[in-house]
Design a protein around this ligand. Structure first.
Ligand code: PEP
Length: 244
């Protein structure tokens, strides 16, 4: 299975720099051995999708509402993202779980909405530093998976230890491998054969300098990249480290 390298641009970028970054990524993407996705802010998503139309780079949203439409000021539905050119959406990112109090039950409803609209859901899970230090990381991630995924889940999981996001710190390679094996087992138990096919991304301070080692680990199906995805050359260097 080809690895997926996804860039989460978060709340960064105006139109001109977003289009410039998208063009730079698209120019190199045909030489890469992986699938590439960029997730720009919603304000520039349609323009970025237009710029990337006909290229191998896909576009995703960073969140969607669980409802298809209605009185939800400031929110976007999955169908709106699709209409703007997205083919995927990040859901349950730890910043949304923390900043917006999103529960796994809400994430599950959003995942169902995304799937109904034909978007590929990328569901983020990961333990906090306190949970890790308490020896609870596997239990926390398993419960997030149990509660965030509908029974017919088909999408991507991103394992993102909260304490590794934007900090420059990463788990050991052994820890990443162990957690990915645990996630794979949970997906297989829950979803049967389908669960054995899903990509499990690693996210949290992935950089050009550590990408090759992380992407070579068993069950690592790609990376979700935050900060380093804002510099096209760094994002492309990470994508170039994806080998299968
Ligand atoms: C993220 O927020 O999804 C992320 C992985 O961020 P960073 O790469 O900056 O740690």
């Amino acid at each position: 299975m080809r690895q997926l390298i996804a860039g989460n641009w978060k709340m960064n970028g105006l139109l001109a720099d977003s289009l410039e970054r998208a063009s730079a990524i698209a120019a190199e993407a045909p030489r890469l051995a992986c699938d590439v996705l960029v997730c720009p802010p919603a304000t520039v998503l349609r323009a970025v999708a237009g710029k990337l139309a006909g290229t191998v780079v896909a576009v995703g949203g960073q969140d969607c509402h669980a409802e298809a439409q209605g009185a939800h000021t400031g929110d976007l539905s999955a169908a709106m993202l699709k209409d703007a050119g997205a083919s995927a959406v990040i859901l349950g990112h730890s910043e949304r779980r923390a900043d917006h109090g999103e529960s796994s039950a809400l994430v599950r409803a959003k995942v169902a909405a995304a799937m109904a609209a034909g978007l590929l859901p990328i569901v983020c899970v990961g333990e906090t530093e306190a949970e890790r230090l308490a020896g609870r990381k596997e239990e926390v991630v398993r419960s997030q998976l149990r509660d965030s995924l509908p029974d017919d889940f088909a999408g991507v999981i991103a394992y993102e230890p909260v304490w590794a996001i934007g900090t420059g710190r990463t788990p050991t390679e052994a820890d990443v491998a162990a957690m990915h094996a645990s996630i794979r087992a949970a997906l297989s138990d829950r979803l049967g054969a389908g669960g054995r096919q899903l990509r499990i991304l690693y996210g949290g301070s992935v950089k050009p300098t550590n990408a090759r080692a992380l992407l070579a680990l068993p069950e690592v199906g790609g990376a979700l990249v935050g900060g380093a995805s804002l510099v096209a050359a760094d994002f492309l260097a990470i994508a170039a480290a994806a080998a299968r």
